[in-house]
Design a protein around this ligand. Structure first.
Ligand code: PMV
Length: 330
């Protein structure tokens, strides 16, 4: 089959049980499993155009050439696809994020997942969702979870080549139409997840306990999602996020991603839940806070967030579907 242009969309995913620690840095293999939700309509649209004239891959994101570190990761995905397809040559890649990059949502996961799905189609591969998830993982670990939609579980796996470290869809989005609010809090440029994970794993005395927590939390969160038990889910999601940040704080150098508004949102969400509003928070490697809420309570949460100083913007969405090819064969 000859290579031809293909485009794919992949969603941003938010981890409810976090990934923080690699057992293999080159293949982005995690120490522990993690669990996430895909976000509806927020993500990356990526076009891959194989081009025999090019002497290297060209990757443009939001009209700018991808930074050197990002380019290395994108090339890992493209090289793996071409190796598998028995193809040579290079490609032009153009990606657009539906949320501007610095809005408190990491777009590398959706970008790498969209790249994997579009490149596989462009080079004529017909891969299973698990194989696409493994390809996306080569670009960014959490990208493995942007391939399946809805509620996704990324298995840590044990194979040295990473073939069993893939994400699967546990339930489609319709299973539990939870709402998601992203409270964007600006701040200093954060330490990258790759550098942060490496320093935490090497220096935090409670790193072992953190990974054991993740294994247990995945089982608890899985049951809570299957039963649509918001209280049980809220408890495990907040504990897991706080334990990740506690582990980061215990490393050398200590990693403190929070800003005052981050802490204000934590208190506000806890108070709301105490009063009976179904909502809970989670925080990635940055100052922004993501809040999960039921459809009937999301307005009350958004109103309270609107009164907190230091939040630049609140984006409202819901759990949505996974990555998909949107154009092929041009
Ligand atoms: O995939 P990376 O390298 O961007 O790491 C993601 C790390 C967290 O967002 C903090 C947690 C997670 O599981 O998404």
């Amino acid at each position: 089959m000859t290579a031809s242009r293909a485009a794919a969309f992949a969603p941003i995913n938010i981890a409810l049980v976090k990934y923080w620690g690699k057992r293999d840095a080159a293949l982005n293999l995690p120490v522990a499993p993690s669990l996430s939700v895909a976000l509806q309509e927020l993500g990356s649209l990526t076009i891959v155009q194989p081009d025999a004239q090019l002497d290297r891959d060209i990757v443009v994101v939001d009209d700018r050439p991808l930074d050197p570190a990002g380019l290395v990761r994108a090339e890992r995905v493209l090289a793996a696809v071409r190796r598998r397809a028995g193809a040579t040559g290079h490609a032009g890649v153009r990606s657009v994020n539906t949320v501007p990059m610095a809005r408190g949502l990491a777009s590398s996961a959706s970008g790498m997942a969209a790249l994997a799905v579009a490149a596989a189609r462009a080079y004529g591969l017909d891969l299973s969702p698990a194989e696409l998830s493994a390809l996306a993982r080569l670009g960014s670990g959490s990208a493995a979870r942007s391939v399946p939609g809805g509620f996704a579980l990324w298995h840590a796996g044990s194979a040295p080549d990473g073939s069993d470290s893939v994400a699967e869809c546990l339930h489609p989005a319709e299973h539990w139409p939870l709402r998601v609010l992203v409270a964007h809090v600006g701040g200093r440029k954060a330490v990258s997840s790759t550098a942060g994970m490496a320093s935490t794993a090497a220096s935090a005395p409670m790193f072992e306990a953190w990974t054991a927590t993740c294994r247990a939390d995945v089982a608890t969160a899985r049951n809570a999602i299957a039963a649509r038990d918001f209280g049980a889910l809220a408890d495990v999601v907040e504990c897991n996020a706080l334990r990740m940040h506690a582990t980061m704080l215990w490393g050398r150098p200590p990693l403190l991603y929070w800003q005052p508004a981050t802490v204000a949102v934590i208190h506000a969400v806890r108070q709301l839940r105490h009063e009976g509003t179904e909502c809970c928070f989670t925080i990635d490697a940055g100052a922004s806070v993501v809040i999960l809420a039921t459809a009937q309570d999301v307005r009350a949460v958004a109103e309270v967030l609107g009164e907190i100083a230091g939040i630049d913007e609140v984006i409202e969405t819901r759990v949505g579907p996974g990555a998909r090819v949107v154009e092929s064969g041009a």
